[in-house]
Write a protein that binds this ligand. Structure first.
Ligand code: ADP
Ligand code: MG
Length: 451
């Protein structure tokens, strides 16, 4: 088999195994450079492709090639900067028209399902930070009601929860089995229930949900503290669940960290599969940028993409925002932004922890996370629901801002600084032993750093 032919067959099969977005990102500009006895040398455009392909897809690629040609026993990846240059120099004249697509394509919401067709599994980039959530979502989309029920996806803002849930919905809705899907932001659910209680039409409200096969509720944490709503929703949930209807939730935190949530609802939320999405690493940020460009059929210089990926770290929404602001510049000026121009344009997106994490932000975030007023963090009390958040605040001031123990003590009403040391050590030690606390600290940090 010719090298080229062999590679084409590898590509064809790889496409079956990974998402379109990942495929486009990692296999673009790759080819077989040479065959050296039992070894195939694959040329890739850059170090990231090399690392990604050899870590993630080595076995699978070797298997496919070995099946085609049993003499092949080994693969090697070689960076071929040539392909990078051609990529940079490529004429982009013809792409100017495509920039028109940048116009808001957001308004593609289906009236029955409330789903937006722009969210699909195909344009969802998978990395270690969201792998599990992706796998669980895919499983649910293939077997709604039976794979994992409910599916509970949590994580910080802008990390892909809505995208994932909507992808599940879109995939199920396009299936010929014609299951009824309904996507609902939790504000809608809450207003629906509150309205029904007020007008005494709860039964009608429940009846309107009864025919639904797949109910997707986004940002369920907003139900916190709304006890009457929770009570009614508990019954809605049970009615659907008993009929094996699929229920999917997202939240900014796991069920056990949602304050003022009825115990029985909490245990319902935890009763299926709980998965998290966290922050993507550099390679994945780069992959996401490339995938978004590919979707729009546009190109930007590699150094610009690398600049964005290494500097815009807050979340994926910001990453997209940064990219779009460069594309808008490109559209207006009819000129590809250079690295220098990009640096200027992206000032507002570039992340510097010292700009964002400060004393006020930490106190504010900790208080909000534990549903307390800021001033109660400073109350002299031994009440457990205050002592723990206070210790967490002290811990984060030390850990994130490197405040001295006496400085923290002064902030907390001149406490003896040994109290602060005690708090710091206690949280440190407990977070090493206790997953729930570690998770809480991570979520709080994510919020502190996401402006
Ligand atoms: P969340 O609901 O967690 O706040 P979203 O799902 O709204 O986040 O994601 C924010 C933006 O980032 C959306 O435009 C979404 O399409 C995009 N996005 C998030 N995760 C990914 C991913 N893994 N691959 C591609 N795009 C993503
Ligand atoms: Mg969302």
């Amino acid at each position: 088999m010719e090298n080229n032919e062999l590679w084409q067959s590898v590509l064809a099969q790889m496409q079956l195994h990974i998402s379109k977005a990942n495929f486009a990102t990692w296999f673009q500009n790759t080819q077989i450079a040479a065959k050296d006895n039992e070894k195939i040398i694959i040329s890739v455009p850059n170090a990231f492709s090399k690392e990604w392909l050899s870590n993630k897809y080595y076995k699978l690629m070797l298997k496919i090639m070995h099946e085609a040609d049993t003499t092949i026993k080994e693969l090697e990846f070689k960076i071929n900067p040539q392909s990078l240059n051609t990529f940079k120099d490529e004429k982009i004249e013809s792409e100017k028209i495509n920039i028109e697509q940048l116009k808001f394509e957001e308004l593609k919401t289906n009236k029955d399902t409330n789903l937006n067709s722009k969210y699909t599994f195909e344009n969802f980039v998978v990395g270690s930070f969201n792998e599990l959530a992706y796998a669980a979502s895919l499983a649910v989309s293939e077997n709604p009601g039976y794979a994992y029920n409910p599916l509970f996806i949590y994580g910080g803002v802008g990390l892909g929860k809505t995208h994932l849930m909507q992808s599940i919905g879109n995939k199920i809705a396009e299936n010929p089995k014609k299951k009824k899907v309904r996507y609902m932001p939790s504000e809608k659910l809450v207003t629906g229930i509150v309205g029904a209680i007020r007008s005494n039409t709860m039964e009608a409200f429940k009846a309107s949900l009864a025919p639904i096969d797949v109910l997707i509720i986004d940002d369920i944490q907003f139900i916190s503290g709304k006890s009457k709503c929770q009570e009614e929703f508990f019954h809605v949930f049970n009615a659907l669940y008993e009929k094996n209807k699929q229920i999917i939730f997202s939240s900014d935190r796991p069920p056990n960290a949602i304050p003022e949530l009825e115990e029985r609802l909490k245990s319902r939320f935890e009763g299926g599969m709980t998965v998290d999405v966290s922050l993507p690493d550099y390679e994945t940020r780069l992959a996401i940028l490339k995938s978004k460009l590919q979707e729009k059929n546009l190109k930007l210089p590699e150094d610009v993409l690398e600049y964005i990926a290494s500097n815009v770290k807050k979340n994926i929404r910001e990453l997209e925002g940064a990219l779009n602001s460069l594309l808008i510049y490109y559209k207006i000026n009819n000129n590809i932004p250079t690295l220098e121009v990009s640096k200027k344009l992206l000032k507002g997106f570039v992340f510097s922890p010292f700009d964002i994490a400060n004393y006020k932000k930490i106190i504010e975030t900790v208080a909000k996370f534990y549903n307390l007023e800021e001033k109660s963090l400073f109350h002299v009390t031994r009440r457990k629901e205050i002592v723990r958040p206070r210790q967490v605040a002290m811990f984060l001031l030390r850990k994130e801002l490197k405040y001295s123990f006496p400085a923290i003590a002064r902030k907390f009403g001149g406490k003896d600084h040994t109290t602060v040391i005690y708090a710091y050590k206690k949280i440190l030690q407990e977070s090493e032993e206790n997953n729930k606390l570690t998770e809480e600290l991570n979520l709080i940090r994510q919020r502190v750093y996401s402006g």
